[in-house]
Every structure is written in structure tokens, then in C-alpha cells.
Ligand binder design. Structure first.
Ligand SMILES: Cc1cc2nc3c(=O)[nH]c(=O)nc-3n(C[C@H](O)[C@H](O)[C@H](O)COP(=O)(O)OP(=O)(O)OC[C@H]3O[C@@H](n4cnc5c(N)ncnc54)[C@H](O)[C@@H]3O)c2cc1C
Ligand SMILES: NC(=O)c1ccc[n+]([C@@H]2O[C@H](COP(=O)([O-])OP(=O)(O)OC[C@H]3O[C@@H](n4cnc5c(N)ncnc54)[C@H](O)[C@@H]3O)[C@@H](O)[C@H]2O)c1
Length: 458
């Protein structure tokens, strides 16, 4: 048995950075990864998908050239092998960067293998037991595939396997209309597939306000994507050359060449032997943690997607920052201080921070709302891409910004004006006097705040 100061199970977006910090401070650490360094984000998530979104955008821009006075002779086609190898190169660059970084760290031992708990201070990997007084779980999540009649009879794709395609699917059905489903829907439509999104809920991106969901649906249907909501009974059947998908009531049947299941992710906690360590998990496989990301067992922390406190790379990385601050820098950082923020990478993207309008109403705030279509944003007009809108919600009593959404060009960047203001707890009238740069999307933030009004609930 080898003994370390700390063991890290899983090399996602939190553990490796904490391991490196501890190693730099002279602690002996073991980092155990069963597949690839960097976890989902680097190998099957943000990095390959956003690289492919960039290819899809290039195809879109090339096809739109005429509108801008740019003539491209001949038809525009997409070479999936090049798309895939570009995404792979970005992944490998990052994965190898981590490998080289860790190889140069004196106190870090990287172990390739699947780790399981033996007890609350011991894990087993490759038949060897490792001991440490501190264990950090950063095992991430994997795609869930709900029980649907016929699903096991077809070769369905997940967000991981779809990255391996080396030709463009002729007809792609996507089950689930949220982050993963929508990003792939638009991407593959732009690559040239016929795409149908089948969502069981009443609208796309169901966590967003209704106006956001409706605008997203408009953006996607305008590009020729078929969208079906309220599709609660989905079944599949294989025929010799295609896959038949039936859904809805009355039933609609479509024939496709490929099916992507994008119905959510579940934590990788079922094969960890958590019971041996006495670590609690809930019915969804999430490891409950306190405000400092400690599990119910002293000396064991859970970071990233597996703790259910975030499902993004930046929230996982922030878990690392919180634990590092508390354990190594004598601070008292809390996960409950984090303001939720994220982007949905359709084009134009949706940037989001804080509460939705409906969450703010339900929470009982006396709210002020301001909304502006992108068609009234100079930058969007100049770019010729005026889809979407920007919206901000504030508390009439405290003048604090409660949340914002920017669905439009540069929405994922411009939203940071609100993220920073909310983090600094600046009352919104202060921002009305900022002098932004013209012509940008952000320049409308002071104007938007100047238009905040109490609106009757629709
Ligand atoms: C298609 C897709 C696109 C995404 N796009 C974005 C985006 O644009 N922006 C964003 O913020 N987020 C995005 N995400 C989410 C993001 O990838 C995750 O939230 C992020 O990777 C954080 O994960 P993590 O640190 O919890 O662990 P992960 O990155 O999932 O890593 C966990 C690691 O643990 C390993 N592991 C698991 N069990 C064991 C074990 N028993 N022993 C050893 N190793 C183990 C796994 O192999 C894995 O490498 C996307 C996800 C997907 C699927
Ligand atoms: N841009 C980003 O940051 C980004 C991009 C991709 C993924 N992610 C992460 O990945 C996670 C998983 O994403 P996701 O889109 O798979 O999950 P999700 O939980 O966000 O959405 C799943 C969708 O599938 C629908 N659904 C569930 N069961 C269904 C069924 N049987 N039939 C039809 N529809 C069904 C749900 O109603 C929901 O709309 C997200 O929580 C997110 O954190 C983030």
C-alpha cells in the first residue's frame, strides 16, 4: 500500500488543478483517471463541440456570403473528416498539455485506472491500495439514456459517440431539446443534415423563460430544423435501411438515418464503492455536499458535476477554487456565493446569469424588467444578424440586478457585463452612467437598465 497526502479520483475540471496546487506546496498527491486527462470538457464536451460549432458557423457564413456581397463559386459542402480531425486536434492539444504539465510536477503521481473505495481513507486501483487522509472525488457524469420502446434495437448516438462520425448524417433525429440537443441540432443542420428535434416537454430549453424558448425555436426552425415538443411517447424501430421514430399523440412517424439521445447526464458514482467509504448519494446518484464541498464523511470532498451544485466546466473549476482557498489559503469561500451563469452555444448564443424572470416572480420579488430586441442593436444590424433579444430583471426594492439573458450575437461575451455587476452587487442605476464602446452589443446595457419597468405578469 502506498500512502499519499491526498488522492484525487477522476481528472475532470476541478481535481487536477487542486492536485497541482497541493503538489506545488510540497504535498504528495495521487491523481487517478480511468480514461483521459481533462475529463468531459476536454475530450467529449466543451472543447470538441465548440470547435465543431466553429466549423458549422464557417459553413453558415460561407452560405450567407451572397447577402454580404461575397460571391463564392460552386456549392458549399462540409468534409466531416476535416471537421472531426480539427476537433480532435484541439482536444489532443489540451490533453497532452495536461499530461506534460503533470509529468513535470515533482510530488504528483498520475495513475491510469478505475478507482474504487475500500474504506474512507483507502482506494483501490489496478489491484493496488492507496491510502490518504484526504480524498477528492471529481468523477463527472455520463449521458443518460431513458427507457424508450425499441431504443436498444437501434444504434443510437450519444454526445460522445456523435463526435466520431466521419460523414454527415442524411437525416438526424435528436431526442431532447436542451443544451446538448440544441447545439448538435444547429451544428448538424449547418453541416447539411435534415434535423428533427423531439422534446418531451412543452418547449425547448425548458429551464429558460418562455420568451427565450420561443426565440430559440424561431432561430432553429428558420434554419430548417424541425421541432416537436410535448413528445411524450417516443419509440423506435429498425428497418433495413433506416430507423423509424414514432412520437406524440396523435402519433407522428419519421424515418431517419441517425438518432442522437440528448436527455441529460448522470453522475459516475454508481461504480465507485461509495458505500464502503460511507459516502451518501441521493436517488439521482448525486453526492450531497456542504457549502465548502465536503461530503458527509470527514476527509472526503466531491467536486464538479457529481455534486449536483453545477453542471459546467466553470462551476467545476470554481469548486477547485473554493476548496483551494479554504484548505490552502485560510479563506472561507462558499459555493452558495456563486451566481449561476452559463451559455447555450447555438448561433447566436444565449448568455445567461442569475434568475429567469419567472424564477424571480415565483421567488416573490417586486421585479422590474427591461427587454430590447437585437433588431434594435446597432452592432447586430451591421452584422446582418438580428435574431434574439436582451433582457434584464432587477429588484425594485434593492435596485440589485436579479438576472439577465442575452440571446443574440456575442451574447456569451456581453452577458459578462451583468455577471460582473451582479458579483460586485452594484445597484443598477450606477451602471446607467457607464460609457460603453460603440458599436458593441454591450453598449446597450446602460440603455437596457435605463428602461427597467414594473410590468404586469403576462
Ligand atoms: C457535449 C457537451 C458539451 C458541453 N459543453 C459545455 C460548455 O460549452 N460549457 C461548459 O461550461 N460546460 C459544458 N459541458 C459540461 C462540462 O463538460 C462538464 O460540466 C465539465 O467537464 C465538468 O466536469 P467534472 O469536473 O465534474 O468532471 P469530468 O470533466 O466529467 O471528468 C471526470 C473524470 O473522472 C473520470 N472518472 C470517473 N469515474 C472514475 C473512477 N472511478 N476512477 C477514475 N476516474 C474516474 C472520468 O473518466 C472523467 O475523465 C458540456 C458537456 C457535454 C457532454
Ligand atoms: N453550453 C453548455 O454549457 C453545455 C452544452 C452541452 C452540455 N452541457 C451540460 O450537459 C448537461 C446535459 O445536457 P443535456 O442537454 O443532455 O441535458 P438537460 O438535462 O439540460 O436536458 C435534457 C432535455 O431532454 C428532455 N428529455 C428528457 N427525457 C426525454 C425523453 N425521454 N424524450 C424526450 N426528451 C426528453 C428534457 O425535457 C430536457 O429538455 C447540461 O446540464 C449541461 O450542464 C452544457
Amino acid at each position: 500500500m502506498r500512502t499519499f497526502d491526498a488522492i484525487f479520483v477522476g481528472a475532470g475540471q476541478a481535481g487536477p488543478f487542486l492536485a497541482a496546487r497541493m503538489a506545488a506546496e510540497g504535498q504528495k498527491v495521487a491523481l487517478i483517471e480511468r480514461k483521459y486527462l481533462g475529463g468531459t470538457c476536454v475530450n467529449a464536451g466543451c472543447m470538441p463541440t465548440k470547435t465543431m460549432v466553429a466549423s458549422a458557423r464557417a459553413a453558415f457564413v460561407a452560405r450567407s456570403g451572397d447577402r454580404y456581397g461575397v460571391r463564392i463559386g460552386g456549392s458549399i459542402s462540409v468534409d466531416m473528416e476535416t471537421v472531426r480531425s480539427r476537433a480532435h486536434a484541439v482536444t489532443m492539444n489540451s490533453r497532452n498539455g495536461l499530461r506534460d504539465w503533470f509529468a513535470g510536477l515533482e510530488n504528483m503521481t498520475v495513475i491510469s485506472g478505475h478507482a474504487t473505495f475500500v474504506d474512507s481513507r483507502t482506494v483501490s486501483v489496478n489491484g493496488e491500495e492507496l491510502h490518504a487522509s484526504r480524498i477528492f472525488i471529481n468523477v463527472g457524469a455520463r449521458p443518460t439514456v431513458p427507457a424508450m420502446p425499441g431504443i436498444e434495437d437501434i444504434d443510437y448516438l450519444t454526445s460522445t459517440t456523435i463526435l466520431q462520425l466521419d460523414s454527415v448524417p442524411a437525416r438526424l433525429a435528436i431526442i431532447g431539446g436542451s443544451y446538448i440537443g440544441l447545439e448538435f441540432a444547429q451544428m448538424f443542420r449547418r453541416f447539411g443534415s435534415e434535423v428533427t428535434v423531439i422534446e418531451k416537454g412543452p418547449r425547448l430549453a425548458p429551464r429558460e423563460d418562455e420568451d427565450v424558448s420561443a426565440a430559440i425555436a424561431d432561430i432553429l426552425t428558420d434554419e430548417g430544423i424541425e421541432v416537436h415538443t410535448n413528445a411524450n411517447t417516443i419509440s423506435f424501430a429498425r428497418d433495413p435501411s433506416a430507423i423509424s421514430v414514432r412520437f406524440g399523440d396523435p402519433a407522428i412517424a419519421i424515418s431517419v438515418t441517425h438518432v442522437l439521445v440528448a436527455t441529460g447526464r448522470k453522475p459516475n458514482t454508481d461504480d465507485l464503492g461509495l458505500d464502503k467509504a460511507g459516502v451518501k448519494v441521493d436517488s439521482r446518484g448525486i453526492i450531497p455536499v456542504d457549502d465548502e464541498l465536503r461530503t458527509n464523511v470527514d476527509g472526503i470532498w466531491a467536486l464538479g458535476d457529481c455534486n449536483g451544485r453545477g453542471a459546467f466546466t466553470h462551476t467545476s473549476y470554481n469548486d477547485f477554487e473554493i476548496v483551494a482557498a479554504n484548505l490552502l489559503d485560510g479563506q472561507k469561500r462558499k459555493v452558495s456565493d456563486r451566481i449561476p451563469a452559463y451559455a447555450l452555444y447555438i448561433d447566436p448564443p444565449l448568455g445567461r446569469v442569475g434568475m429567469t424572470e419567472s424564477q424571480a416572480r415565483q421567488a416573490g420579488y417586486s421585479i422590474l424588467v427591461s427587454k430590447r430586441p437585437m433588431a434594435r442593436v446597432g452592432r447586430a444590424n451591421e452584422r446582418g444578424e438580428t435574431n434574439g433579444f436582451m433582457k434584464v430583471i432587477a429588484d425594485a426594492d434593492t435596485q440589485q440586478i436579479l438576472g439577465a439573458a442575452i440571446l443574440g450575437i456575442e451574447g456569451d461575451e456581453a452577458i459578462h457585463g451583468f455577471i460582473d455587476a451582479m458579483h460586485a452587487k452594484v445597484p443598477y442605476p450606477v451602471l446607467k452612467w457607464a460609457v460603453p464602446i460603440h458599436p458593441t452589443v454591450s453598449e446597450l446595457i446602460p440603455t437596457l437598465l435605463g428602461d427597467l419597468k414594473a410590468l404586469a405578469h403576462k
